[in-house]
Design a protein around this ligand. Structure first.
Ligand code: C2E
Ligand code: MG
Ligand code: MG
Length: 401
């Protein structure tokens, strides 16, 4: 790619001229599912192809465009181009979703929201194959942006918080806005090998996204080791130079056609299942102690944060009967079902006894039985994880999609 530093100061009138002459291009950076190893999407990134052939990177002109309303013209241009490109992209690989970057000013009124809604309603684009990336520039703006994103999210378009962990892209915003994807800033991903703190932040962010049922994307993966570590942490999606640099449209189409899946290792989800289980057990025991100690007769369903009692609906169960099914050829996967069901039966017995103010002896015995069964479940999950690691280095590949 011919990216050269632009020596001359770029002005707004240069940008207006460039848009008039259709000099902006979209490049696509692939994203990979770290669970299945397949391409799951790509991020559209703008470049300015000047008439002399040089390619100007976005950081040389997007900040200037963002200072004025001109960024709105750029976003509309990007979206129009993307809709056309997506028709070809989905014909080559229908599973690929394309994300694009937006700015706070794009949502000061309804214009962009209407354009996107019209494209979706007229079936020019499938909303689930589109993703809107939002940075902190939107979050500091007025309340109208939230209404726009709520509408777009209701339309079925996933909304991603870009550069999570920097600026204002923080926790309060996560709870208020309709985000379903968290893109962890490159700074933390690059710090993985050197900074223990960055490692902890990464792990905690991945865990938090999992608990909020959000997809989590790690940007800036530059080597295989980082990819592997993030996979172990349970990160679902990866993006970075090690997978691919941003590619021109033609290069991207060729890339899609030639791509051989990266190693699939669903071990990260297994790790999440173990943590989910430990958390479930703690909540269950805390709830039992609370019910037992309470003077009033309390209905379990009215308690805030009470544990899920159906073995198919707790987080471990959702994994087991969902994504985990891909491991059903493995012995320890099959062996897990009975102890897990038994564990839930003990859990129900414990809560019922606790709410009926059973004796302290009975309560302690039930908690012990629950803990023993829980250890059995955890050991099986560990055996399953070990067999995946062994499998990774053997010829037999795990049947994951
Ligand atoms: P971003 O949205 O966070 O995009 C990711 C940036 O990280 C891209 O830089 C990408 O090339 C770069 N990147 C990805 N993986 C790696 C890696 O492994 N190592 C390194 N060193 N870099 C990596 P790019 O294309 O220069 O874009 C920079 C920023 O410009 C974007 O950050 C985004 O904020 C903005 N931008 C790009 N296109 C658009 C656009 O169409 N509209 C708006 N509003 N902003 C855009
Ligand atoms: Mg982005
Ligand atoms: Mg980013």
């Amino acid at each position: 790619m011919n990216v050269r530093e632009t020596k001359q100061k770029i002005t707004l009138s240069d940008l207006k001229d460039a848009i008039e002459h259709k000099e902006f291009e979209l490049h696509y950076q692939p994203k990979v599912s770290m669970i299945t190893g397949e391409i799951s999407g790509a991020e559209a990134l703008i470049r300015w192809r000047k008439r002399d052939g040089t390619l100007v990177p976005p950081m040389d002109f997007i900040p200037l465009a963002e200072e004025s309303n001109f960024i709105r013209e750029i976003t509309k241009y990007v979206f129009d181009k993307l809709v056309v490109d997506c028709a070809v992209i989905s014909a080559v690989n229908s599973a690929v979703a394309i994300s694009f970057n937006t700015s706070g000013k794009d949502f000061h009124d309804d214009e962009l929201t209407k354009i996107i809604t019209a494209a979706v309603n007229s079936r020019l684009i499938d909303p689930t194959k589109l993703e809107i990336e939002v940075t902190e520039t939107i979050l500091v703006g007025e309340g109208h942006a939230k209404d726009c994103l709520d509408q777009l999210s209701e339309l079925g378009i996933p909304i991603a918080m870009d550069d999570f962990g920097t600026g204002h892209s923080g926790l309060v915003e996560l709870s208020k806005w309709p985000f379903s994807i968290l893109k962890i800033d490159q700074k933390f991903v690059r710090g993985l090998n050197e900074s223990p703190k960055d490692r902890e932040i990464l792990q905690a962010s991945i865990r938090m996204a999992h608990q909020l049922d959000m997809d989590v994307v790690a940007e800036g993966i530059e080597d295989e080791e980082t990819y592997r570590v993030l996979q172990e942490y349970g990160c679902k999606t990866g993006q970075g130079y090690w997978i691919s640099k941003p590619l021109s449209f033609i290069e991207f189409i060729l890339f899609l056609k030639q791509f051989e899946n990266l190693p699939a290792m669903p071990v990260g989800l297994l790790y999440m299942a173990q943590l989910d289980h430990i958390q479930w057990r703690k909540t269950l025991i805390d709830t039992a102690l609370f019910l037992h100690g309470s003077n009033e007769k309390r209905e379990l369903k009215n308690l805030r944060g009470s544990p899920e009692l159906q073995h198919t609906r707790c987080k471990l169960g959702l994994w087991y009967y969902g994504a985990g099914r891909k491991l059903s050829d493995i012995k320890s996967y099959k062996q897990l079902e009975q102890p897990h069901m038994r564990l839930h039966a003990i859990g129900k017995e414990l809560l019922s006894a606790a709410s009926n103010h059973c004796s302290m002896d009975e309560l302690t015995t039930l908690i012990q039985r629950l803990s023993e069964k829980s250890l059995e479940v955890l050991e099986m999950l560990q055996t399953l994880e070990n067999s995946l690691h062994v499998d990774q280095y053997s010829e037999h590949s795990i049947p994951v999609e």
